[in-house]
Design a protein around this ligand. Structure first.
Ligand SMILES: [Zn+2]
Length: 71
């Protein structure tokens, strides 16, 4: 698995996860919990907060709502 440094906080790494409520891949920073779509650039101004992202899609923003991507 490749780790990408987070362009928002510069601290965490951005990893692919499956958001279980939708079954779709997203990319999430493990430090600041910024969320990006699975494709496209990691825009430092184009993220959503995981909690807000999840709450719009039937989740609560907990890490156990994510499954790490297999690759
Ligand atoms: Zn971050």
């Amino acid at each position: 698995m490749t780790a990408t440094q987070c362009p928002r906080c510069g601290q965490g790494s951005v990893q692919r996860h499956v958001f279980k409520a939708t079954g779709k891949y997203i990319r999430v920073c493990d430090e600041c919990e910024a969320v990006w779509p699975d494709d496209g650039v990691l825009d430092p101004h184009g993220f959503e907060d995981f909690e807000a992202f999840a709450s719009q899609r039937g989740g609560a923003g907990r890490w156990d709502e994510l499954s790490p991507a297999k690759h």
